[in-house]
Design a protein around this ligand. Structure first.
Ligand code: SF4
Ligand code: SF4
Length: 191
């Protein structure tokens, strides 16, 4: 069976250090004015037990299975590869930016150099093609990120999904993201 890559972001383990976004920028040579990945900090929030805490939210492409960005692309520049990763073929892009408008997760931006839409690819063009995990997963100091093949019952990502409660952002839209989030036990679910 073909691989289907996905990722987990555990909001309990994330400490908001931004190592993942720094590694992403370095690995993928992303200019300073834009980003493929950021961790947004919300708070401080008062929890039911009276303590204060912060919420950390990963902002990046969530690798939808039902892809609004691909559906609206008139040239097939935005496409899904055989491993379920949503990619952009810069050579086919005509710059209409329909995909940026269609993405409900605000995950795409115009790359200042290529002038084409760009976004997280799970490091497909670099690390993944060498059999390595995405840069963000490798550098995370708390193992808040888990990456793997959702079609492999024995993969670490499926093991973690069976052990922890997860949700996906904006599930009501029917986009079926392959980015799973472990909600902060202290703060509840934000979707
Ligand atoms: S998050 Fe946006 S860019 Fe990523 S696959 Fe979904 S619609 Fe496309
Ligand atoms: S590297 Fe890990 S702990 Fe740091 S912000 Fe990213 S996900 Fe959170």
């Amino acid at each position: 069976m073909a691989k289907k890559y996905g990722m987990i972001h555990d909001n309990n383990l994330c400490i908001g250090c931004q190592a993942c976004s720094v590694a992403c920028r370095s690995e993928n040579k992303i200019p300073e004015s834009v980003y493929r990945l950021q961790v947004w900090v919300n708070g401080p929030t008062e929890y039911p037990n009276g303590t204060l805490g912060y919420e950390y939210h990963r902002q990046s492409c969530v690798q939808c299975e039902n892809t609004p960005c691909v559906s609206v692309c008139p040239t097939k520049a935005s496409h899904v590869n055989e491993e379920g990763i949503v990619l952009v073929d810069v050579d086919l892009c005509v710059g209409c930016l329909y995909c940026i408008a269609a993405c409900p997760y605000q995950a795409r931006y115009v790359h200042p150099v290529t002038k084409a839409p760009d976004k997280c690819t799970f490091c497909h063009e670099s690390r993944l093609s060498r059999g390595e995990e995405p840069a963000c997963v490798t550098v995370c100091p708390t193992d808040a990120l888990v990456f793997g093949d959702l079609n492999d019952p024995k993969s670490k990502i499926n093991q973690v999904r069976s052990e922890r409660v997860t949700y996906r952002q904006k599930e009501k839209l029917g986009t079926s993201p392959k980015m799973f989030i472990v909600p902060n036990h202290k703060g509840g679910i934000n979707s």
